[in-house]
Design a protein around this ligand. Structure first.
Ligand code: NAP
Length: 319
């Protein structure tokens, strides 16, 4: 049988769990469909579960480990009465209220939840190169976030993969810490904007390896070097870097919402007036609707906004 809920929150990163804390404290009795541990890179708690130490989340003078921070968020939401369902949403129907949600752990074909309102906080994932040991070494030399991890690479020699604005921006940021930054790009022409290219070419700490990809990662417990293979000649070069930043793009986790809600051309949910989507009663927060800032603190901030927006919206529709 379907369960009726006032607020269903889909996703349990900083955005979803902050929304849960605020919605629970507002007596909205939210259920958080938190995801399920399906692989190293896909589990409840979102991208911070893949991060080691977080030093820039305000309030933690000495820093905090990503998984511990997310566990604290979750306990805080639980303390105010948020309920958790450790599964994934498999299908949604936003065509009429109550909104229908089906989940992976349900039995039968009826929707698992009938929700008066929805907060989507399913986040985004960094694209990876899909080479051996890449996910295993995340947090141990391999990173997808220079803002998060750059500080740990003071005086190191590091490499950045990608030829877009993100790769060049990350490379520029990383030169504040690293001795050298080598950008490895699979073509001989960058995709990034002219101004970013000019800056990168003018930076004496940045060098380029063209027409190449990273094909091997070395090091037992943390990265000690990489093999770079030229895609034209097949020549292999060993690079003794201790940091590798993969900046080949992000992808929002919005496949299940396609056709139900307005998205931009790459699949980020479009929000207006705070966190409202084009479907009244469906709100979105965090990285699933933000490809600019992508920080835990900005995701948490927009989760708070979503809970306040939903409270106002429910009050308005119930009046
Ligand atoms: P992007 O523009 O899609 O660039 C991704 C880069 O990664 C491309 O150079 C691509 O190579 C390379 N790549 C993709 N898959 C790869 C693989 N499997 N192995 C090796 N290389 C691979 O992504 P982005 O740089 O994250 O930027 C996304 C959007 O945000 C863009 O619109 C960008 O302008 C914007 N952005 C703007 C700023 C800024 O203005 N400050 C900063 C960051 C991002 P190819 O070039 O060969 O396809």
């Amino acid at each position: 049988m379907s369960e009726k809920v006032k607020v269903a929150i889909i996703g349990s990163g900083p955005a979803g769990l902050t929304a849960a804390i605020y919605a629970a404290r507002a007596d909205l009795n939210p259920v958080v469909i938190e995801g399920e541990p399906s692989s190293t890179t896909d589990q409840p708690g979102g991208q911070l579960m893949l991060t080691t130490e977080i030093e820039n989340f305000p309030g933690f003078v000495e820093g905090i480990m990503g998984p511990e921070l997310m566990s604290n968020f979750r306990s805080q939401a639980e303390r105010f009465g948020a309920r958790f369902d450790t599964t994934k949403v498999s299908r949604v129907d936003f065509s009429e209220r109550p909104f229908k949600l089906w989940t992976n752990n349900q039995t039968g074909s009826e929707p698992r939840y009938l929700a008066d309102s929805i907060i989507i906080s399913t986040g985004a994932r960094s694209l990876l190169m899909n080479i051996d040991r890449e996910t295993e070494l995340i947090g141990h030399g391999v990173s997808t976030c220079a803002t998060c991890d750059g500080f740990f690479f003071r005086d190191h020699h590091i490499a950045v993969v990608g030829g877009g604005d993100s790769a060049l921006e990350e490379a520029g940021f990383l030169t504040k810490f690293a001795n050298t930054v080598t950008i490895i790009h699979r073509r001989n022409e960058l995709r990034a904007s002219k101004i970013m290219q000019d800056r990168a070419f003018a930076n004496p700490k940045i060098s380029f390896i063209w027409d190449s990809t990273v094909t091997d990662l070395h090091g037992a417990s943390s990265l000690t070097g990489i093999t770079v293979t030229n895609r034209i000649t097949g020549e292999k070069t060993e690079l003794p870097v201790t940091g590798l930043f993969v900046a080949i793009g992000h992808s929002p986790n919005t496949d299940i919402f396609k056709g139900q809600i307005d998205m931009d051309e790459v699949g980020y949910i479009i929000t207006n007036e705070g966190t409202a989507t084009n479907v009244p009663g469906v709100f979105a927060c965090g990285d699933v609707q933000d490809h600019t800032y992508r920080q835990a603190i900005t995701a948490a901030g927009s989760g708070c906004m979503a809970a306040i927006d939903i409270e106002k919206w429910l009050k308005h529709t119930e009046d």
